[in-house]
Design a protein around this ligand. Structure first.
Ligand SMILES: [Zn+2]
Length: 460
């Protein structure tokens, strides 16, 4: 074996340490889902609940050929590893508005207007691949999680609404968040979609061309698609850059006779009904409002003192003790759990308790302070009411360096709520705990919080 000359070795090491982290932000890099309080299974459950409601308000095309066509395109794309094996379904909707949308966990809908507007099958596939990418990257539930990280644990645990996640989101007023994406999410979906397209045999540049075409038709009659999928800028450039790092492959896929399918879509009778008319007039979010079931009215009761007896709880990679009169909400094997006194979980909020969760840092090489700052920025972006204190306190959790950040927000019981975020670096991101209590009653819960923090042990 040839030994690498010393200067080449140094150059290689230099490349590894300094250049690669920067390269990791460039084309070809893996894209991972962000912060999320839902499990993947809950994405699926939520999407199916939402789809059942939405199907009542749209007109699914009753033409076998058209449905088969969109399903073949969808299945070919969903079979690519980037789609991450969610139970995808594809339906064509009789609606001339230029739009498509996908719900968490896989239900994907495309309007006839989009098919009619496309120039070829690859452009249709480009939109479908983009939608699949949003599902695979879990952008919808990521947004909802960020916007409601204090409220969601109760909803996910079914405290407020039985097991109805979609109705729970209605209570939080967060249903439309599922389908309104950030510009960062748009760039990610473009890139992941381009990879899926290429592997499925479609030219990804066609997706870029189609999005460009939609942009050029902006103004007051902007295609509806753009209101939920905002232009991140340089769309074409970033897709082109991605294509340049892909192995070259033939782009010759055709799942059907595109021209004929387009004609079939054009010949469908105009959809009837108020919903479609509204959509044609450029109404935003296709997510229709669903009236939530009347919430069980709970008058806030005084939160009892934490028990002095503690109970052990183990999650993925950690163990801790908590007061034995607090209950555990959520699935321990999944992202996030809440440990709280029953009276601390009130309608739409957590008034008292502890959230335990993990967060994947966008830059796994960053230090604790930077990661914590990024996590807080992430939470603040969608929780503008969260006031973050200036001081951070250092502490240790199971011997590891930890940071305590104090924040304040409105308590669901009225008055101020103290929210303490404790972060520790673990596996490419953060392990964190959020300690929540009414500001005025902090002294009463402090010993229980401290004992819980002291009891944390990490495994592996
Ligand atoms: Zn999008």
């Amino acid at each position: 074996m040839e030994v690498m000359p010393r200067h080449r070795l140094i150059a290689a090491l230099w490349l590894l340490v300094f250049v690669l982290p920067a390269v990791a932000q460039k084309p070809g890099k893996p894209i991972r889902p962000g912060f999320n309080l839902f499990s993947k299974q809950q994405d699926v459950q939520l999407g199916q609940e939402a789809a059942a409601e939405i199907r009542k308000q749209i007109q699914v095309v009753e033409n076998r050929e058209l449905q088969d066509y969109i399903q073949r395109i969808g299945k070919r794309l969903a079979a690519q590893p980037e789609a991450d094996e969610f139970p995808y379904t594809f339906e064509m909707v009789n609606d001339r508005a230029i739009n498509a949308f996908a719900l968490p966990g896989g239900p994907t809908f495309m309007n006839t207007g989009l098919l009619i507007h496309a120039d070829n099958e690859a452009q249709v596939a480009g939109v479908v691949a983009h939608e699949i990418a949003h599902v695979a990257l879990r952008h919808g539930t990521n947004q909802v999680s960020k916007a409601n990280f204090l409220q969601l644990p109760a909803i996910i645990a079914g405290i407020a609404t039985g097991s109805q996640l979609w109705a729970g989101l209605a209570q939080l007023g967060s249903q439309t968040l599922l389908l309104k994406y950030s510009r960062t999410a748009e760039t990610q979906a473009d890139i992941l979609g381009a990879r899926m397209m290429a592997k499925a045999g479609y030219n990804p540049i066609e997706a870029a061309r189609f999005f460009e075409k939609l942009e050029s038709e902006g103004g007051s009659r902007a295609p509806q698609f753009l209101s939920s999928h905002p232009n991140p800028g340089n769309r074409v450039k970033s897709i082109e850059a991605e294509v340049r790092v892909m192995p070259s492959m033939p782009y010759n896929t055709a799942e059907g006779d595109f021209a004929r399918m387009k004609r079939l879509a054009q010949q469908l009778p105009e959809p009837k009904g108020a919903q479609q008319q509204q959509q044609q007039q450029g109404q935003a979010a296709p997510a229709p409002g669903v009236s939530a079931p009347p919430a069980a009215v709970r008058t806030p009761r005084e939160i009892p003192n934490p028990s002095s007896r503690f109970r052990s709880l183990s999650g993925t990679g950690w163990v801790l003790n908590h007061p034995d009169n607090w209950q555990v909400l959520g699935d321990r094997s999944q992202g996030s759990i809440t440990i709280a006194p029953q009276e601390g979980v009130v309608e739409n909020g957590l008034a008292c308790g502890v959230i335990v969760s993990t967060w994947q840092a966008p830059n796994p090489r960053a230090n604790l302070r930077t990661m914590t700052r990024d996590l807080i920025a992430d939470l603040r972006r969608t929780n503008p009411d969260l006031n973050v204190g200036r001081d951070q306190r250092r502490t240790r959790l199971d011997g590891q360096e930890a940071l305590v950040t104090e924040m304040r927000t409105a308590s669901p019981l009225g008055g101020q709520e103290l929210v303490q975020l404790v972060t520790v670096q673990r596996d490419r991101g953060l392990f964190y705990m959020v300690l929540v209590s009414p500001q005025s009653e902090y002294a009463r819960f402090r010993p229980a919080f401290e004992q819980t923090l002291l009891s944390v042990r990490f495994s592996n």
